[in-house]
Design a binder for this molecule. Structure first.
Ligand code: UT7
Length: 332
């Protein structure tokens, strides 16, 4: 019997309607469209507005569409993993909230937190349940409502992030397609450069933590930038090398969308041209766990069965990694 691999058999995305442009940010903080565009590549991002609207709202919309596209009934799902850094609540898991809302009554569900690498961590984790033969349908969601933890008086972070979600279906195959290889890394010493100071068990919410604005993303941008450029490029190159892949073999790089300059450096290191790089940072900004599945969703009609793609991410933790995936289906 051939090895069972986990194939991505469908993808869907969801972004909320509200568009926060660089122009509007100019009215909120001391910044300008030229600086944001040249330093990050971002022109606008989407924001989920309204009372009691959490990350699950984004995830539910992405998964509902995924089930329609793949002709899947909710009760057929065995496992739903939600990668998120902005769960609806500390508990229960946002994955449970999503599964309940869509009627995935036979699934077990959990959240996975690896900041901007959350989706590739979750995809790797979900694929293991397929590869063992244990499960037949695994949904992996990457969803974040970053606007809930962004300080809109801090110009160094508020220009970067946006809200959005993407989801993929994983199913078994004995063909030479699907998740082929993954190389994931963590380095906890990076926590000092990118974290949220309060709201966890170490420093629960209090008047003081709110007054000190500690419930927002804290980022030392240029320190994170240096680690991101080196590690995302290195791990992508390593995954290619150990699988004897050259730039010519790659149909697309699917990079985490944190900064266009980090993406360009990764593509250069992989020796692939700009035309083979999935990009949506200009319209969605950095949606943390959402970036990679949103890219796959945006470029789905350009992917063919057998295409080699490299998924790569770097994020808080630090966490980073790259996956080699052979795309499993042709455009509809
Ligand atoms: O996704 C998870 C991982 N995160 C990342 O990968 C993000 C990595 N970091 C970055 O993308 C970049 O570091 C930023 C986009 C956050 C910042 O860009 P930078 O080129 O590293 O700028 P900087 O922080 O070194 O700041 C350069 C200057 C500073 O002014 P001075 O001190 O030189 O006078 C900043 O105060 O730019 C200033 N600045 C701004 N100016 C206009 C910072 N933010 C802004 C802004 N508008 N929004």
């Amino acid at each position: 019997m051939n090895k069972i691999r986990a194939a991505i058999t469908g993808v869907n995305g969801y972004v909320p309607d509200y568009v926060l442009t660089n122009k509007e940010l100019e009215t909120m903080v001391e910044t300008n469209d030229e600086w944001i565009t040249s330093r990050t590549g971002i022109k606008e991002r989407r924001i989920l507005k309204g009372e009691d609207q959490g990350t699950s709202v984004l995830g539910i919309a992405a998964v509902k569409g995924l089930l329609e596209k793949t002709n899947t009934k909710a009760d057929e799902i065995d496992l739903l993993i939600c990668a998120t850094t902005t769960p609806d609540m500390t508990f229960p898991a946002t994955a449970n909230i999503i599964a309940n809302e869509i009627g995935a009554v036979n699934a077990f569900n959990y959240d996975l937190q690896a900041a901007c690498s959350g989706f590739i961590y979750a995809l790797t984790t979900g694929s293991q349940f397929i590869e063992t033969g244990k499960y037949k349908k695994v949904v992996v969601v990457g969803a974040d409502k970053m606007s809930s933890i962004v300080d809109y008086t801090d110009r160094t972070t508020c220009i970067i992030f946006g809200d959005g979600a993407g989801a993929v279906m994983l199913e078994p195959t004995e063909e030479e397609i699907g998740i082929m290889d993954a190389k994931l890394h963590s380095d906890g010493s990076g926590a000092q450069h990118l974290h949220m100071k309060a709201g966890g068990s170490r420093r629960p919410a209090s008047h003081e933590t709110i007054d000190r604005r500690e419930h927002f993303v804290f980022q030392e941008g240029s320190a994170v930038f240096k680690f991101a450029v080196t590690n995302m490029a290195d791990v992508s190159a390593q995954v290619m090398e150990r699988n004897n892949l050259t730039g010519d073999d790659i149909a697309f790089l699917v990079p985490h969308q944190a900064n266009k300059r980090i993406i360009d450096a990764t593509a250069r290191r992989m020796e692939i041209g700009a035309e083979k790089v999935m990009l949506n940072i200009h319209k969605y900004g950095n949606t943390t766990s959402g970036t990679i599945p949103l890219c796959l969703w945006n470029y789905e009609d350009q992917l063919k069965k057998g295409d080699n793609i490299i998924l790569a991410a770097f994020g808080g933790g630090f966490t980073w990694g790259a996956l080699w995936v052979k795309w499993a289906y042709d455009p509809a």
